[in-house]
Design a protein around this ligand. Sequence first.
Ligand code: ZN
Ligand code: ZN
Length: 334
Amino acid sequence: MSERPPHHGPDGRYRIPWPLEVADERNAGGVLRWQRERMRQTLPPNPRPADLPLVPGDVARPRAEAGEVRITWIGHSSFLLQLGGANVLLDPHFGTRASPLRFLGPKRFVPPGLALDALPPIDAVLLSHDHYDHLDAWSVRQLHRRFGDAVRWIGPLGHAAWLRASGIRNVADVDWWDEVSIEGADGPLAITCAPAQHWTRRRLREYNDRLWGSFALRTAGGRRVYFGGDSGYFRGYTEIGERLGPFDAVLMPIGAYEPRWFMAPAHMNPEEAVRAYREMGSRGAFVPMHWGTFRLTDEDPLEPPVRLRQAWTDAALPPEDLHVLRHGETRIIS
Ligand code: ZN
Ligand code: ZN
């Protein structure tokens, strides 16, 4: 029998295999303390529509040219990634709320930057993990209804079973460092699951029953994109850069970080996202995500890109490599 990897716990659940830099307070007592602190303060207001404009995108139809990297921000961690002549959706969420309920839970500030029925043909969907702001059952059903088994669904271990239960058959479960490939117009597009520091749960009784992860995509022509999924800052970014980079574009989460004592193990802040980018080799376009769409935590929802720009300047990184997209906006990475 092969040895159990350190992120596979002996109880069959997954776990973060390295020591945390900020102790994990995400237990019942921690949740209570967070809610109590929340009630004692006035949280910054939700953004107004004018603060988060929805702009028309520039999606290539049906697909982008081989060699081109074209990124459209749908909102939160959802993107249409056009590369290697393939169309890939990342954590697609087109629903109204990031919640198991239709009438309760974080509601969208902005409609999806690209409507479901405006999508070009989709070749693959990557799921970073099962949280409701990333894996939306309604969106999954709509995508499956529209594109059927033409779509390859790829997620960390445990997601294939969830997808199969929804009637989807063209699925691949991947562990960290596993690689699968899909066929793009530019030849095979290699997709490698990489570590992240996070957790999973969809139902109360579940906890880390499914794995979480990030992804690197590499075209036969040598273009490379990294999708950071949902993650706290951890010491693994140097290795990800060495094994899977250098990247033409790095999509990193920058929001849902306050209060730090509670959120740090699971969500990085903008300064940490810049640190991770530098440890991956400071290469390629930085595209922020996981902000400006759902209110999940206590910081001002408009603060993440402000702090990101400051951290970018403080690190003396080239301004032309920072791409803060507006909802719906498309960027072609040369
Ligand atoms: Zn999450
Ligand atoms: Zn999230």
